[in-house]
Unconditional design. Structure first.
Length: 111
């Protein structure tokens, strides 16, 4: 004979109760990377502006300002992105430079 205190609706005899708690997963913000253009004496300024507009979605004024900064200081910040996006942008810059036969160099570093 079964003890009526051990019965529940599904018939498995387990009458345990508990509290369900929700825990929020702790997510880290992704590490960010700066994408930088390096100056050289051969890549035309107009091509650098084209790269900044097409790869980094800069408007003409922003692209010109960054290009002049690169020209005067030797290096300039194009943007700050997650690792995967920064790598993609860097690859796009290098591919465009190679395609147009310019020695333009691009790099990325941790912010």
């Amino acid at each position: 004979m079964a003890d009526k205190n051990n019965r529940n609706n599904d018939g498995d005899g387990d009458n345990q109760t508990g509290t369900i708690t929700k825990t929020k997963p702790k997510t880290k913000k992704p590490r960010l990377y700066k994408v930088l253009l390096l100056n050289d004496d051969y890549t035309p300024m107009e091509f650098v502006i084209f790269v900044l507009e097409s790869v980094f979605s800069k408007n003409r004024e922003e692209a010109t300002a960054i290009m002049l900064h690169v020209h005067q200081k030797g290096v300039g910040l194009c943007g700050v992105y997650s690792h995967e996006i920064a790598e993609t942008k860097l690859s796009q810059v290098m591919d465009l430079a190679l395609e147009h036969e310019h020695p333009l160099q691009c790099t990325m570093e941790k912010e």
